[in-house]
Design a protein around this ligand. Structure first.
Ligand code: PMP
Length: 429
């Protein structure tokens, strides 16, 4: 188990056998070999506190023994059959989800990835409404399939720029623009939505949106934005699809972010955190809308016993440890700490924003090489100091903090101290 080849050899193999587009963080990346709750370990034994990869093991941390035990137990008992046979973990999971999903969302269709969940949600919206069109937010990210790439506004994630589905998609501005008041940008977005609906509302099946844009730089809209969006869409019979693939399962301080933001989606998509590293995803909806998905459709691995048993253990863990509240409290500490640093370094950090443990710190000089270059310098230095943080944003100039929700106050304090030290070094350089 311990004949690690080391990061240089891993990199060399990636360069030789992966597609050339494969990217990685860091100039000198570690080879990660072990995870333990909020910690990751390199092959040389170095310990890193994870403030970013937690986005996909959101609740429970890496290799959480309480969850891993359930996964292993199921793996040894009944690994997989096919969804055409009756097994129990997937129905238990669907029932459990019905208890935590917002409003009347009571039915879940299980698949394997976020892209697949959004693809299913968009298809469902078309089947239900009999319409073809979609509305999406500029700079949103929804996946890697053709339909989901077509509703993805962020250009760098559109692998094939010639998207034939794009003719069906209308983008509206997101409720954010650098240095402009959030109420102003949200109103602008809403006005654009109104104009599209007035012009061709009868052709639109759904609007898809991340409640809080993740990849585009952690964009939290004002509290009034999504309730007004939902009310407008309803007038025109257009469905609201909440892409909760990054925000779901406690990260933002409530089980689902759209609930926190005061709107009830017609369809909700989930992935990442639900399986805590084991692939499982789903799109959930109401009895009425689900009835429209009436043509044969099945996923070979969607909701298999191992993934379902894992997801059940994840939900147990979230509940037992009250992780949404924990995210809220620790998120406040994180945001306050980052804001204090931003106040001391206004020439470096222009804005701190987020909800719960989904927090971004935007660096100044956004669309310049200096902004993005500085992010890379901060990431590298922080990694060397034992902290893994992320980056996102349209200009890749936003430091992203999305740790596992089991992170502690001490971890946050340690990370903030390291960040301040890092900035003081970089500012002198
Ligand atoms: N939607 C959002 C908001 C995401 O963050 C992602 C993944 N980054 C996806 C969809 C696609 O998920 P997956 O990579 O599991 O296909």
């Amino acid at each position: 188990m311990h004949n690690y080849i080391g990061p240089e050899n891993v990199l060399q193999k990636r360069q030789q056998y992966f597609y050339p587009c494969t990217s990685h963080f860091y100039r000198n990346p570690p080879q990660l070999v072990k995870g333990e709750m909020q910690y990751l370990y390199g092959h040389d034994g170095k310990c890193y506190c994870d403030f970013f990869a937690g986005v996909s093991v959101v609740a429970s941390g890496h290799c959480n023994p309480e969850i891993a035990e359930q996964t292993a137990e199921q793996l040894k008992t009944l690994q997989h059959t096919c969804t055409i046979y009756l097994t129990q973990p997937n129905v238990d999971l669907a029932e459990r989800l019905a208890g935590v999903l917002p409003g009347d969302l009571k039915r879940t269709f299980f698949v394997n990835s976020g892209s697949e969940a959004n693809e299913g949600a968009l298809t469902l919206a078309r089947l239900h409404t009999g319409r073809r069109g979609f509305i999406a937010l500029e700079q949103g990210l929804h996946g890697r399939t053709y339909l989901t790439m077509s509703v993805t506004g962020i250009q760098m994630w559109r692998t094939d720029p010639q998207l034939e589905h794009e003719k069906d998609v209308t983008f509206i501005p997101r409720p954010y623009e650098r240095d402009v008041d959030a109420d102003v940008t949200a109103r602008r977005s809403l006005d654009a939505l109104k104009a599209v609906l007035e012009q061709k509302g009868g052709e639109i099946a759904a609007m898809i949106a991340e409640p809080i844009q993740g990849n585009a730089g952690i964009i939290v809209p004002p509290a009034w934005y999504f309730p007004e969006v939902k009310a407008l869409l309803k007038q025109y019979g257009v469905l609201l699809i909440a892409d909760e693939i990054q925000t779901g399962f406690g990260r933002t301080g409530s089980m689902f972010a759209m609930t926190r933001l005061g709107a009830e989606p017609d369809i909700l998509t989930m992935a990442k955190a639900l399986g805590s590293g084991i692939p499982i995803a789903g799109f959930a909806t109401t009895d009425e809308i689900a009835a429209s998905y009436n043509r044969p459709s099945a996923s070979t691995f969607g909701g298999n016993p191992v993934s379902s048993a894992t997801a059940l253990a994840v939900l147990d863990y979230i509940e037992a440890h009250n992780l949404p509240d924990r995210a809220e409290q620790l998120g406040a500490q994180l945001q306050e700490g980052l804001q204090a640093i931003a106040n001391r370094y206004p020439e470096i950090i222009s804005e701190v924003r987020g909800a719960g443990l989904m927090v971004g710190a935007e660096l100044c000089w956004g669309d310049t090489q200096r902004g993005a270059g500085l992010v890379d310098d901060v990431l590298e230095e922080m990694k060397d100091r034992g902290y893994i943080i992320g980056k996102n944003g349209v200009d890749r100039n936003v430091l992203a903090f999305q740790p596992p929700l089991v992170i502690t106050e001490e971890n946050i304090q340690g990370m903030l101290t390291a960040l301040e030290d890092t900035l003081s070094v970089l500012v002198k350089a």
